[in-house]
Design a protein around this ligand. Structure first.
Ligand SMILES: [Zn+2]
Length: 274
């Protein structure tokens, strides 16, 4: 094939143009919240919601006996998620947000495309307070509002596979299915998915602004990450700590964004008073 193309540069160029064109037309351009980055994503918001809802329903079915629906942890997760969701809704008004707490001894949480959030009880001893939980939820929700899964699906040219999964079709292989599900962020690092480093860093930035706009002290984000660093030493990092340059670098970056976050917090306080 390669020799064939080398011998026929014009055909190779045409072929590249066709493939490039298909990718271009099956994706769309959008801008991330807070960081205002131009990105190309696959799938409409409605399709992302469908894909996320399918995965969410599956997760709830599989964990029916482990769903926590009362108690202090449940109350805290509902309370904090509501405040974060209010901020995220401004960027993605069509998304329908919901959070489920699952009894699992793993320090993890994730948000599916379209706004369905899953939190494991194992994160609560590390978050300890509302502001730290808001740091985690802000980060996870930012992956959804910045459409990071849809961006990965576009980059890996899995748009057609994802569309077939939404339609309940069969036009994909099991490995393609597994890959798309992994890109949704479900299951965390254990599922082998990874957002890119840039996306992780961006989720940190957007999430910090969300938690500050929700009225939480952004300095608590730094305190949380230091606790997380100690807790995850020698263990598999959770989703939000995965594939990141290093936690020390992450803390450094967050400290750099603190003035912006403090401004966001002050502005939201002023607007809620008036
Ligand atoms: Zn993340």
């Amino acid at each position: 094939m390669l020799a064939f193309l080398v011998a026929r540069p014009l055909i190779a160029i045409l072929l590249a143009a066709v493939v490039g064109g298909v990718i271009w037309f099956s994706t769309r351009s959008t801008t991330t919240p807070v960081t205002h980055r131009q990105e190309r994503v696959a799938l409409t918001e409605a399709q992302q919601m469908q894909l996320g809802n399918q995965q969410y329903a599956k997760t709830l079915r599989e964990n029916r006996a482990r769903i926590v629906s009362s108690g202090a942890g449940y109350q805290q997760v509902q309370r904090v998620a509501k405040r974060i969701e209010t901020q995220a809704s401004r960027d993605k008004p069509k998304f329908i947000w919901r959070v489920t707490l699952i009894r699992k001894n793993e320090a993890n949480a994730y948000c599916l495309p379209g706004g369905k959030i899953v939190v494991y009880t194992g994160i609560l001893p590390i978050t300890r307070n509302d502001a730290a939980l808001a740091t985690v939820l802000g980060h996870e929700v930012a992956h959804a509002t910045a459409e990071h899964s849809a961006e990965r699906i576009a980059r890996e040219q899995l748009t057609q596979v994802a569309t077939a999964i939404i339609a309940g079709g069969v036009a994909f292989t099991p490995s393609q299915y597994v890959r798309v599900v992994a890109l949704l962020g479900a299951g965390g690092a254990a599922a082998g998915l990874h957002f890119s480093r840039d996306q992780e860093s961006e989720a940190d930035h957007i999430g910090l602004i969300y938690m500050a706009r929700a009225g939480y002290d952004p300095h608590q984000a730094v305190a949380f990450w230091k606790r997380m660093l100690r807790a995850s030493k020698g263990k598999e990092p959770p989703e939000f700590a995965s594939d990141h340059p290093s936690d020390a670098h992450r803390i450094e970056q967050i400290e750099k964004w603190l003035p912006e976050a403090e401004k966001a917090r002050a502005a939201s306080r002023k607007s809620s008073v008036s």
